[in-house]
Design a protein around this ligand. Sequence first.
Ligand code: ATP
Length: 475
Amino acid sequence: MEIHFTEKEEAILKKISAAAEQLHMPCYLIGGFVRDKILHRATKDADIVCVGDGLKLAKTASLQFHPAPQVNLFKHYGTAHFKLSSGFDIEFVGARKESYQSHSRNPEVMPGTLIDDQNRRDFTINALAISLNKADYGTLIDPFTGLDDIENKIIKTPMDPSQTFSDDPLRMMRAIRFATQLKFTIEENTLNAITKNADRIKIISQERITDELNKIIMSTKPSIGFKLMFETGLLHYIFPQMEALSGAENIDGIGHKDNFYHTLQVLDNVAAKSLDLWLRWAAILHDIGKPATKKFEEEHGWTFHGHEVVGGKMVPKIFNKLKLPLGENMKYVKKLVELHLRPISLSKENITDSAIRRLLFDAGEDIDDLMILCESDITSKNKQKVKRYLENFEHVRERCHEVEEKDRLRNWQPPITGETIMQTFGIGPCRHVGDIKNAIREAILDGHIPNQFEAAFQFMLAKGKERNLKATDKA
Ligand code: ATP
């Protein structure tokens, strides 16, 4: 197996090799870098394992570069690393042996050989090493036939899978993440061991789980990972609200769609159109309120009234539990969940300017993302229906464009502020201020008055008069 390094990589690796030679310390490239090279994927950082003191090698290797990069030591992990000015990151670790206790994923660590270090790796495809030693520079060292597994697109643990996952349950998420990113299959025993050990995920910190979850979500076809998490039972522990979407009940021969698989289809559709993690989260959560609002009504069959409102309320709670950021990103997802039915309901009626204005006002600068979500939400198998919906959406888009051109409502703030109302009528903060402000906004959105200061000011004076407020001389 010939592995091709770029000229730049070759130059870097030769320097590390020279440093190792100087210290008489065997060293190897290992892990993700080797795997990604074989797969012809882009590589971003490199892991080096040496039989000896990793920090010493890192320091000696750093001096081969001009200027020498600063070496950082991570005592807790026993690793040292430096970043080159090109941004290339190199991490050094002394080869080690690990032994685990059942209550924690922090193993007892002791120095070991290359093979000890390969034994502790999570998957055969991640355990490949390339020698950087003068005698056999560039040789692939593959004790678990990882190369065959890469060729056959298989995720498999080098050791007993159940023990591997029990030792460090994060590896279950990693297995599913790699299967999703690389479109590999998880080997049967390995997959069964995930099912068996799924409940052990509880000992892993939420941040690490969410990190892997987000990597699954950012893959080109995230549904692969969600299906695997669902089938192995992991989803039950890490994201029960999503698991609750699954299943299709049937009463009197009337069923409803399985909202879990529908959501996955929407997520894949969004992923095909956008790389935005938060828009993908909006897809995941758009129907999350459905189980809580599901009813069977004699006249209508299955209904999910208000699921967008209930779903919107669930967003902050889910973000909090998953330790996702609670600021702007959360608000954006909540807004999209709340608004996800609006364009579709619009496209069913004669679209008035005022309905479009309200949509533009409520969605603000996220209108384009909302339209992507809504288009992705059409998962019917009926081609005619899909075609009709998409055409309707095109019409909604055109109408949004027209009204936006005319009224400039994106990121719009009504032309009269509370401050102006208080000054004009010589009043302090009180109920009138909010009421008049709302009335002005509504009048503009309904098209009763134009979106201009003078018209809004006159309207404000009239509203004040109705409330027996007197304009001061300054007005
Ligand atoms: P990516 O960069 O896409 O996340 P990676 O494989 O490089 O992939 P890292 O988390 O950087 O992922 O890990 C580097 C290497 O360390 C892996 O290839 C694997 O050999 C090993 N490794 C990482 N995490 C674990 C783990 N939990 N258990 C065993 N080995 C692991």
